[in-house]
Structure formats: C-alpha cells, structure tokens
Design a protein around this ligand. Sequence first.
Ligand code: ADP
Length: 624
Amino acid sequence: MSETREFKTEVQQLLQLMIHSLYSNRDIFLRELVANAADALDKARFESLTDPASAREWKIVITPDKENKTLTISDNGIGMTREDVVENIGTIAQSGTKAFLKMLEEKGENNSDIPELIGQFGVGFYSAFMVASSVDLITKRGDNPAVCWSSTGEGSYELSEADRTEIGTQIVLHLKEDAEIYLENWKISEIVHRYSDFIAYPVVMPEKKIDDDKNETVEERTLNSQKAIWLRKPSEITDDEYKSFYAHLSNFGGTEYLKAIHMTAEGASEFKALLFLPKQAPFNLLMPDIQKKGLQLYIKRMFITDECKELLPDYLRFVCGVVDSSDLPLNVSREILQQNPLLGKIQTAVTGKVLSELKKLLENDRENYEKFFVEFGRIIKEGLHTDRANAEKLKDLVLYESMNSPEGKRITLKEYVDAMPESQKDIFYITGDKREAVASSPALEYFRSKGWDVLFMTDPIDEWVMQSMYQYAQKYFKSVVKGDFEDKELEDKVKSAQEKYAPVAEFMKKVLDDKVSEVRFSGRLTDSPCCLIVDGQALSPHMERLFRAMNQDVPVSKRILELNGDHPVISALSEKLAANADEAELTRYAKLLYDQALLLEGSPLTDPAAFAKEVVTLLGSVLK
Ligand code: ADP
C-alpha cells in the first residue's frame, strides 16, 4: 500500500534550506548519515546484549553506483517501523528543529556556519538533500514489514511497502548533477577517514578487483580505523582527529574546542576519559530541553548511552566527552546501571580533573580563560552553591569585575585579597544589573576614599551564590549595601553629626515613616547627601528586583536611610528646620532626597512623574 504524505511545515522549511543553499562544505552529509547508521548499530548492539541471537556482524556499507548515479549507505542496525519513519523522518517532533529554524531566521544572511550547526539540532538526515535530488530510505525493524520512504524533498514524501528481509536501513541518494564527485571512491574514503574514522563499526566500500585469473571480484575495503580515540595516546592523535571527534560528540556543534582533556584512572575505579572544554556557549545553553546533558558512557568500548548525567555535576554540563569504564557491569539495563555507585566515583574523579585543568588554564593562559569564563562562568558559579565538596576549588576559578579595575577586566578572589591593604579586613562586594549601575552607587564612596576595592557582582546568579559564600582565605564577604558597617575612626564624627542634626533625622523619619525603618548618620558617604542601606538579613534591592521580575511576591523590606553629616544639603535642611520654615516645602525636599537615593540604588520610583515634576519645580525656583 502506497501513500503520499505532506511534510510538517518546519521540515519543509528545513528542506528548502538544504536544497537551495550552497554550503561551502557539503561533505558533511556523509558524516551525518554514517553517524545515524552508527547510532542505529549502537542501539541494535545494545539490544543484542539481552538477546544474543540477534547479534550479527555489525557494519556500515557505502556503495557508489556510477551508472545509476546513486550513493547508498546501508547499515544492519536497529531499523525503523512504518510509524518510526513517519515520526522520525516525516515530522521531526524534536524541539531542536524548531529552535534551529528560529536561529536561522535570527541569523538572517549571515549563515556561513550552518553546516556545523546542522548536526547539533538533530536534522542530520535532511542534509542528504544538499547532494541528492531524491532520496529513498528502505528500512526494516524486527519482525515488522519493511517500508520504503521516498522524497524529492519538495513538500511531500511517499511511503510504500518494501521487500527487504534484512533488519536495518538503506539510504539511496540519487545524486544531483553537481554532486557526482561523491561517486568517486577516493572522495568517499577521504570523507570517511576525515570525519568518521573513530566510528566503532567498520565502514566499508565494495571495490572491484581483478584477480590473478583476470576475473572481476568485489572486495569490501574498510575505510575507517575504528580506533577509539580515547584509548589512544594523546601524542599520537592529530588536531584533525580531535576536531572531528569533537564535532561528532559535542552537544553544541562546531569543531573548535578550547581544550581536550585525556584521563586515565587506575585503582579503585578504572576508566579512561576524553573530555572537551568548548570554546563558545551554544545559544541554547539555557534551554535544557534541547541541550543534551551528560557524557557518553562506554563499558569496555561498548557504547551504552550518550546522556549519562551521573558522570558530571550539573554545573559542568558544558563539558562533553566520553568515559570508558572497565569496571561497570555490561549486562544490566541502563536504568539499573545509572544507580551504580561506581558512577559517583567516576564523577568525583572527572570533576576533580576538569577543575584542575581549568585552574591550569587560568594560571597559564589567562586570556583564553577569561574568554572561557565570559561564556561559561555563570554556569560554573552554580557549583559554588551546589558542590560544597569543591567549593574552595571553585572559588579559585571565579572572576569578577571590580571598582578598582578597568571595565571589562576581571580579577580572581586571590588577586583581590592580595591587593587588600592592611587596614582592610573583609572582602566587599556590591550586586546589581550591570557595571554602570553599581559603579555609581553612593555606597561605594567610603570604600573609594579608603582605597579598598569592591567586587562588582553583576550576574543574576551572583546574589544567589553569595548566600553560600561566606569566606575566602579566612576573610568574610560583606555587601557594601548592608547595614553592619563599622569604622572606629569615624565613630566620633558620626556621633557628633547625630547630635548636631538630630532634628533633621527626626524630621526625615517622620516624613518617610512608611518607607524607611530608620534614619541615621553614617561615615559611609563622602559625595552624596544620603543613601539607602539594607538591614542585616533582608534581601538586597537587586535580589528584590530579581524576584519581582520572576513574578514572585516579596514583602517590601524597609530600608535604613543613612545621612551624610558633611553634606551641605543636610546642614541647609537643618538651618531651615531651626528657622521654622514651611513644613510642606521641607516635606517635599525630604521625599525628593529619598527618591534620588532609590534611583541611585537602581530601584524604580513609585511615582516617576511626581519626581520629575518636583525637580522641574525646584529648577524653576533656583532659576527665578
Ligand atoms: P538525529 O540523528 O540527530 O536524531 P536525524 O534527522 O538525522 O536526527 O534522524 C532522525 C531520526 O531518524 C533519528 O533520531 C533516528 O531515530 C532515525 N534514523 C535516522 N537514520 C537512521 C538509521 N540509519 N537507522 C535507524 N534509524 C534512523
């Protein structure tokens, strides 16, 4: 029974792109199809663990046919049922495809790196249409009837019965005229060698040979070495081999990585690992449903799963790679395997290795480390909160901008502490949305006058992280906008201001009673008349704003208003009060002072229009 079906809209869009765009590198279609075949073999081989009768000589065969201008890629892997085909090839239910198309839309003209991105989104099969004017896929799974899927990629596809008896999948590409180079043996073997050398199954090509009696025979030539790259000596692996392996397994696409990490663990748990630190964060780093998480797990070279989350803590989810263990049991289900305590031991070892490699990178290649940190720092910071065992190591890996360092330059906590003058006892920080916002905070004035640096924490995650970062190098972290501020040297000064201007503080408190919990003098300010301070345990204003942005109900915590006894505005207010000036007028001034303090801490005004009007009125009276 034959039927014609329409492609889903997204697939059509994607196909248009494949058919009509001219990519610089069309070779990757073969990489994608061989990778799919290898995945299908992985699945079948995994099934054969519990059903030994189904074991067969696993392989992938690539057959060019110059006469018919077809290139056929076949595997004896898991195969697909009719439903599988409709689901996998006709629809792509995966959210990845939609995300891919969305990204293309956003990128617009500038889409030169698309080939590298294709594999990333699970749209690999469609890349066949870069070189083929039509594609037939014949497949059989288990005892189900074989099925044939054909399409020219123009909106619809045909499904019909097929007479294949062998389990597995065969993909026949009817090559476009300009793609006939892919019929050449040398071209095929070059591509396989380049992109698929490490595939764990033989990728073979039938080749005609003339034997001694001048008879034509066909022999299969194996094109790939099948050497598991992670089992080889690092010194014997070329850059290209690393790159193509990275492209094969990276969650993010692309061949560029920052660092390859080889690991051989012996003793309690024996395993080998090859891990990669990526260079760039994928645009979907924060979209967990798209992003595959976890490392690939092999047991004695046998592929088990490519999403083993137990091998890495969540905050290292940008690392990709392979772990090959010789201790884990082979003949159990994935679910049971995932509860094996050995995985936890491997995780500990792998985490330690990644952190020490990052430290080395920080020490030896600061420039690249900083670039890396800009991409992945916010994810690493999650570890400060979630991985207590490694918290101290992680503290050495985080970078922050600071008041005393130029914009864009980041320093380590160690550099901060090393630069602390003797008079400074604590590590000071301020949280906020961005550098400009925190850099102008009046709360910094005192620290500036002392020459003490203040860390700028402008990542949304920083505030959350700081809840568990109490100390570094035996120094406490203190927020500059929090109330517990003491300076013995300034005590007398503050005390005398408190006495001299007591009526000002009283009056301000009366006017702002519903907004502030206390009005007091402090030595914290040099240039500004007043600033708002958060009481001990209360949420910082930045955190409050974050919660509100997430639509969470947070109680409005009253701030402490701190006044600067040295500021002319305060003395002027004091004089006016003493002279019994118009109370309505003074009330307006008090509110104005409060509003500008709110603005400086980055908080919104409840009534910006009233504030603006007040400022204009004031200007009017000055300019009169
Ligand atoms: P991806 O391989 O990234 O999931 P593809 O578009 O390349 O995306 O393939 C879609 C799906 O089709 C695969 O996930 C797999 O289920 C199925 N598939 C593709 N090629 C084969 C094959 N040779 N054998 C069995 N299933 C396949």
